[in-house]
Every structure is written in C-alpha cells, then in structure tokens.
Design a protein around this ligand. Structure first.
Ligand code: ADP
Ligand code: MG
Length: 607
C-alpha cells in the first residue's frame, strides 16, 4: 500500500497562510498596527523603505512581550487574545487568529524586539524565511519593534505582483489613515525613505478625520449620533460641498475594526440619495457598535468583511442615523443641490422653481456655450469678459470661454444640421423634426460626445489645450492619489494639467484642460487621479487615456437641466454632424432617439 498523503511542515503551511494575510507591504503594516493597538500602544511609528518592499519597521509603546511569549508569538495559532470556543463570540481585540506574525515571518527576513515594562532587558529574535536564527537579550524602551525586510524574497510569484514603490507607499499611507481614523487617541507617524509621510498627533475624531481627508474639510463635517439598543452609530458625515468621485473617503468601522461592507455602504448611500450627484461619494467616518456576538468578523483572514446576525436592522439604523443629520443640516435648507434635480428623478417643487428661475434668467443673460469648438481664431487666450450662467452660478471673475459665432459655418448640411428644431423639453432634451421623424436628443450626452471627440483630436495632434488658472488652486488628496499625481506629472501635462506637489497631501493645480475651465477644475483633478489609481500602475498611462478623456469631456459640459437658445442648439447639431457617433459614446449611453411617424400612428391607433 502506498502512502500519498503527508502533513506539511510548518514553514510551508505558514507560507501558504501568508498568501491570504500578506498581500503586500500595506497588509503587513495593517497586521502589525493591529497588534500594537491590541497591546495598548498610544504611539505607533512606521518606517518604510522603497514602499515597504525593502524594509518595514513598526515601533510601538505597548505592553511588550516576555521572552517566552515572544517566541510563542511566532508559532502558528498562538495568540493571547482568545482561549476557548466561546471567546469567538466576544472578540473585542483586532486580532484573534494567531496567524499574522508566523505568516509574515515565513515570507521575509524578520526581526522582533520587545520589552515588557518593569523588566530590565528585552528580547530580540531574528527569523529568516520562517526559521528562527537567533534569540538574544537586548536593551530597548518598553514596547515592541518589528522589522520586515525583503518581503516575499522567498516567494517569487508574489514578488512579481508588487507594484512600484510609489504605489505601495500610497497603499501603506491609506492603511495607516484608516486605522488612525479609528483611534484618534493614538499618535501615528510614518516615514517613507526617511522622509516624513504623515504625522498624526493625538486629537479628537473631527480633527483626525480632517487631518486624513484634508484640512479644508473639517467645516463640512456633521456629527452623527444614532442607532438603537441593538446597534449604535456615531461619527461624522460630510455635506455636499465635500464629495469624492469614489468610495475612498468612506471609512466604516464595526466595533472599532475597519470594514468594507456592501450593506453598510449601501445604507450610507441610501441616506444620501437625492442629495448628491450620481457617481459622487461623501466623506464619512462611521462607527457601528453592536454586541460582539451579533457580528461575525471571522469571514475572511484579512477581517475586512463581517456578517451581521440582523443585517437589515443594522442597515436601517445606519441609514436612519445619517438621514437624520442630512435632514437637519443647514445646507439642505439653504442650497438645494443641483443633483436633486437629476438624480433618481426627484421632481419636487424646489426643482421646478429652479428650472423656472434658470429659464427666466436666461432671457437676460448671455449663455455659456455647451462646449468650445476647436477653431483657429478661438485658440488664443480666453476672453476676460465675465459671464454668468444662470443654471450653475459660475463666479463672475472666472475667465469665460469666448462665444461661438452667431451662426455655425454653413457647409453642406449633415443629418443633424438638417433637422428643424422644435424646442427643448425639460431643459434636458432637444426635440427636432425631420420629414417623418421626431428626433429626441439628450443634450448632455450629445455635448459630452462632441467634447470627447474634440479632446481625442487634440490629443492626436500634439496635446490637449490647456488653460492656466488665474489663481492656482490647492487640492487635498489621499496619500495614494498624491503618489499617482507625482508619478504621472508629465503624462498629465500632455492632457492639459499642470500639477505640482505642494507638501504633504496637498498638490497645486496651475492649469487644466481648456474645455473645462476653473469651475470644475478641482473636481476634475480629483476624478482624474482616482481614475488613474483605478487603472493601477502596471499599465501604461495610455491604457487609461480613453477613460481620462471621457472624464474630461464629462466635466466640460453642463450637467443636468440647462436652458438653451436656439442658436446653441443649432451649434450642437452642427458639431454632432462632425462627430463620429459610430465610435462608442464615452459612457456608452445613447445620444438620440427617433420616433417615426408610423410609430406614432401605431401608438394612436391611426393605422
Ligand atoms: P493575533 O494578533 O491574531 O493574536 P498575531 O500573530 O498577530 O496573532 O500575534 C500573536 C501574538 O503576539 C498576539 O496575540 C500578541 O499576544 C503578541 N503580539 C504581537 N504583536 C505584539 C505587539 N506589538 N505587542 C505586544 N504583543 C504582541
Ligand atoms: Mg495580530
């Protein structure tokens, strides 16, 4: 009889477990910080070299370990945090699986130095690829220092998946930010290649959150205090003046643990429904507290996912708590956000009044063209004439794009130019007629498509036209967005952006694509960087180009309802004739819809 099965040696099982827990330097740092917090540290410092690929050092002032515990901590399933089955139902620490240290030590050159306060000497342990090489006494302050060098040196497939040092640094900073938001009472610092990346002093939650998402934000944060006996919900949420293009600034925690949970996120977004534009996300730090037995954190080794026993109740508690804040916040009463008009078909009286006011204003004010066509005489500097667009309140000292000629150049009319314009419906759709067809055009989608084509042409013929801002603006970003901005500065210059690091997480924006202008510049910069981040850094900038152009196009046109003069409609139709609609629309949405006479006759049962 042959024996096929053997029990794997522990160095190998640790390596396998490492595959789940240790994905990249940032995940190592997450595990180490969790341990420091569980050890009661009030000061945690992280040092990384080459994005953590070469070296990670985490120092804390927690309770440290004895020599015996230090040696045990490197064994698989060795933990001080649970002892018996039933402890799984009352986990209040961040760790409990006893897997992190042996896993990390199995895929790196690892060192652990630790001293308990009240003892004279500390212990230092050197581990290489999971094997203990040396154990010796050492002098050190009370606490623990863990060093991780050459991560994945013995796991070549993993090494290949690691990204550039800048990208890994960005991930590290984001992980620290997430944990720092959960513990404003703990000081965090991080240096990258010996330069300070962040320093967060002990403070309260509002200030900590502002430090992490940008200082200008603190005035737009509103405290949340809600929930019921089953789950309490506290924290801060932002008003519409502080929005992001992705979910990166939604920090949610269950019993102090950072989680990325669909139910929780859905509840937050439900509360914001009709308050913010589609595709925009708030800045949020929400802490959900419930009895540990009501939530299972042991769903995945990284502990980012959780399962609630009463999912629907938690969802409703979060939604209600956030809605209550939004309902009573001053900005809702004074400034109905533009989004309410377009998102989810809200058709309140305020919206109708807004449209009416906009239409009224349009009678007396010049309108901003929907987009700016590329013609020789218009590529000079922007006219300084102040222009106010009634529907979106462009500030009066913004340099406005020049007006289009009264009549579009007359050439042989294409399909769209040959249509006769009936008018506008709902300030969002253009109605036209051909011989026996009613043509309905989505003015936003059409202008966006036209702008997209223009940008593509500019790109092919030497670069996107840029416009310098009269006053450069600063933008606060996340650490990983700054890393992206720095990495792609030159490429971004080619598509019209002049971005410069301004210290810490701030960058200075001096120029943006001319089609967009100042009004949307900052939002656009955020969107572009988020988009680039999504693409990752393994791909070339060119891979992201199409979607970047469609982002720029999207920001170059006026969103939502907007009254148009007939000549503006004519201009749009003219440019539509010179746009290749066969190529896919930037957002894949249809631009026009045709109702035939025969179709109408069928509807009205005339045939
Ligand atoms: P877990 O955190 O799930 O218990 P780990 O492998 O991360 O598993 O850590 C094993 C044990 O080592 C912990 O339970 C803890 O007792 C001890 N330990 C790890 N890091 C520290 C630290 N920074 N300070 C004090 N003790 C620590
Ligand atoms: Mg741990």
């Amino acid at each position: 009889m042959s024996q096929r099965i053997t029990i794997l040696p522990e160095t190998l099982t640790n390596k396998i477990a490492a595959g789940e827990v240790v994905e990249r330097p940032a995940s190592v740092i997450k595990e180490l910080i969790e341990n420091s917090l569980d050890a009661g540290a009030t000061d945690i410092s992280v040092e990384i070299i080459a994005g953590g690929r070469r070296r990670i050092l985490v120092t804390d002032n927690g309770h440290g370990m004895s020599r015996e515990d230090a040696l045990l901590s490197l064994e698989r399933h060795a933990t001080s945090k649970i002892r018996v089955d039933s402890d799984l139902d009352r986990i209040l620490t961040l760790g409990f699986r006893g897997e992190a240290l042996p896993s990390i030590a199995s895929v790196s050159r690892f060192s652990l130095a630790t001293r308990e306060s009240g003892t004279l000497e500390g212990t230092e342990i050197i581990v290489e690829g999971g094997r203990v090489r040396d154990v010796r006494a050492c002098g050190m302050p009370a606490g623990t220092v863990i060093g991780v060098e050459q991560i994945f040196y013995n796991l070549p497939p993993r090494l290949k998946f690691m990204k550039s040092a800048e990208t890994e640094t960005g991930h590290v900073a984001d992980v620290i930010a997430r944990m720092a938001v959960s513990r404003p009472d703990v000081a965090f610092s991080c240096t990258s290649d010996e330069r300070e990346l962040l320093r967060l002093l002990r403070s309260d939650l509002r200030w900590r959150l502002a430090q992490v998402v940008g200082r200008e934000s603190s005035q737009h944060l509103y405290p949340v205090k809600g929930g019921d006996g089953y789950a309490t919900v506290t924290g801060f949420v932002s008003g519409p003046a502080l929005m992001r293009s992705g979910t990166q600034a939604i920090y949610t925690y269950v019993n102090g643990r950072f989680i990325r949970d669909k139910v929780v996120q859905h509840a937050v977004m439900q509360a914001y429904r009709g308050v913010i534009d589609r595709g925009r996300y708030p800045v949020v730090a929400l802490f959900i507290e419930t009895s540990p037995g009501e939530v299972d954190v042991n769903v995945h080794p990284t502990k980012h996912e959780v399962r609630f026993r009463r999912q629907a109740d938690v969802h409703d508690a979060i939604q209600a708590a956030v809605e209550e804040v939004l309902r009573s916040s001053p900005w809702l009463a004074s400034a109905p956000p533009a989004a309410a008009s377009t998102a989810d078909g809200a058709t309140g009286q305020a919206y109708r009044q807004r449209i009416a006011a906009a239409a009224q204003a349009s009678l007396s004010l010049p309108l901003r063209p929907l987009y700016q066509p590329q013609t020789a005489e218009q590529s000079g500097p922007a006219s300084a004439t102040p222009v106010v667009s009634p529907a979106d309140n462009i500030s009066v000292n913004e340099p406005a794009p020049p007006f289009l000629p009264e009549q579009p150049p007359t050439e042989s009319a294409g399909y769209f130019s040959s249509l006769s314009v009936i008018g506008q419906f709902h300030c969002e759709y253009i109605l036209c007629q051909s011989d026996s067809e009613l043509v309905i055009i989505d003015q936003h989608a059409a202008s966006e498509r036209v702008a997209y084509q223009l940008l593509k042409q500019q790109c092919q013929s030497g670069g996107i036209e840029s416009q310098r801002l009269l006053f450069p603006e600063t933008v606060e970003l996340s650490y990983s967005e700054v890393a992206v901005a720095t990495r792609f500065t030159t490429d971004l210059a080619g598509i019209g952006f002049d971005l410069e690091p301004f210290g810490g997480t701030t960058i200075m924006v001096s120029a943006v694509p001319r089609l967009v202008g100042k009004k949307d510049a900052i939002l656009l910069v955020r969107d572009i960087l988020a988009e680039l981040e999504r693409f990752g850094t393994s791909g070339a900038f060119n891979d992201a180009l199409e979607s970047l152009l469609s982002r720029i196009a999207c920001h170059s046109v006026i969103r939502g309802a907007h009254p148009l003069e007939k000549r503006q409609i004519k201009e749009l139709l003219y440019h539509m004739d010179h746009t290749d609609f066969a190529a896919s629309c930037p957002h894949g949405r249809p631009v026009s819809y045709v109702v035939t006479l025969a179709g109408l006759q069928r509807i009205f049962k005339r045939t």
